[in-house]
Design a protein around this ligand. Structure first.
Ligand SMILES: [Fe+2]
Ligand SMILES: [Fe+2]
Length: 354
């Protein structure tokens, strides 16, 4: 048992958890994963303090009623997505065996709990607490939560859902729709950037131990999730337009971030196999042309089918971007960095004592 299957199994003591090679985890990847844990500790923020100080500074969030409705529907996906991320990272922390990857997943679960309650409290202050999700985003999150393999959960959450959330945070922040939200989102972005690392650093180890059939199932799973992402975008397209966001651009940027993450994973995996990503990429471009035409205007079905066929044959416009946003320290003033020094010192003294 390599600790990959997500089905219930008898838990024994994982005596091999210190043996990276047993899990195909390279030393440099393990080192980065360990740092994710310590960075998480050093960059911790108090959700009550941050939201409280922003509410004190800008007052109760107020936006026009129609904007509130749009924010409520779009951020329902974020709120329940944070809960899904919390549950999945807690599950990864439990089931992943190598020490450093387990530490990184544990640190993420701690962050996601904060993201969930702070987002809930913010939406409550806005008087826009969401209840149920629409079909598309609900299926997307439930597919990842109920995946039958840890690699699917890792790919689905860290490399597909997290990059979409990062894209949405970035765009909403730039539009400055509501000042409390604008100043709250950089804290989320800081944390989410670390979470992508768990997928990028640990998925290659998982892939290296999977059979050809399991890998084929993983790419099929990726295509299924991308379909639900397109459907989810379509579902909230009018809300996004209302907020000043082009849903097709959001889809293209989110997809580009996902494929950038996959590019980082595949070379580390050590096998030349861009074909699955290529096929999945063309497929999702085709779906995008059918559901959300690039110009942002509704097009007759015939024209959309023509564009989809062209996208399938030639691909779409390439989007180049950074996977992880740079968040300057002054955008997150309530991250108390002084905590970093004692934590590092304590660890060094233990290491030097050993
Ligand atoms: Fe999160
Ligand atoms: Fe996250």
């Amino acid at each position: 048992m390599l600790g990959f299957s997500s089905r219930a199994f008898h838990r024994g003591i994982p005596y091999k958890m210190f043996d990276r090679e047993h899990y195909g985890l390279e030393a440099k990847n393990a080192h980065i994963l360990e740092r994710v844990y310590y960075k998480g500790q050093a960059n911790v923020w108090d959700g009550k303090e941050v939201l409280g100080s922003l509410l004190e500074r800008f007052g109760k969030p107020q936006v026009p009623e129609e904007t509130k409705r749009a924010l409520k529907r779009v951020f329902a996906i974020i709120l329940w997505g944070e809960l899904a991320a919390w549950r999945i990272s807690a599950e990864l922390a439990d089931e992943i065996e190598p020490l450093e990857a387990k530490m990184a997943a544990t640190s993420q679960a701690f962050d996601e709990a904060r993201h969930f309650y702070v987002m809930h409290d913010y939406l409550q202050a806005l008087d826009a607490t969401p209840d149920r999700l629409d079909w598309g985003p609900r299926r997307l999150l439930e597919e990842v939560m109920n995946a039958d393999h840890l690699a699917k959960k890792l790919l689905g959450m860290q490399l597909m859902v997290e990059p979409i959330a990062l894209t949405l945070f970035h765009v909403v922040k730039k539009l400055d729709i509501e000042p409390v939200l604008t100043h709250l989102l950089p804290y989320y972005e800081r944390d989410e950037s670390r979470h992508v690392a768990l997928g990028v650093q640990y998925l290659p180890a998982m892939l290296s131990r999977m059979s050809a059939l399991e890998r084929a199932e993983l790419w099929a799973f990726q295509a299924k999730l991308l379909t639900y992402e397109v459907v989810s975008n379509y579902w909230v397209a009018n809300d996004l337009y209302h907020l000043g966001i082009n849903p097709r651009e959001l889809l293209d940027i989110g997809k580009a971030k996902q494929f950038r993450a996959m590019e980082l994973v595949v070379p580390k995996w050590g096998q030349v196999s861009n074909l699955p990503s290529f096929v999945v990429g063309r497929y999702v471009e085709c779906m995008g042309e059918l559901s959300l035409p690039a110009g942002g205007k509704p097009l007759p079905l015939r024209e959309r089918v023509g564009n989809a066929w062209r996208a399938l044959r030639h691909g779409g416009e390439p989007v180049t971007l950074d996977l992880i946003p740079e968040i300057p320290d002054d955008a997150v003033p309530l991250i108390h960095r002084e905590q970093e020094k004692p934590a590092k010192k304590a660890r060094l003294s233990v290491a030097s004592a050993a």
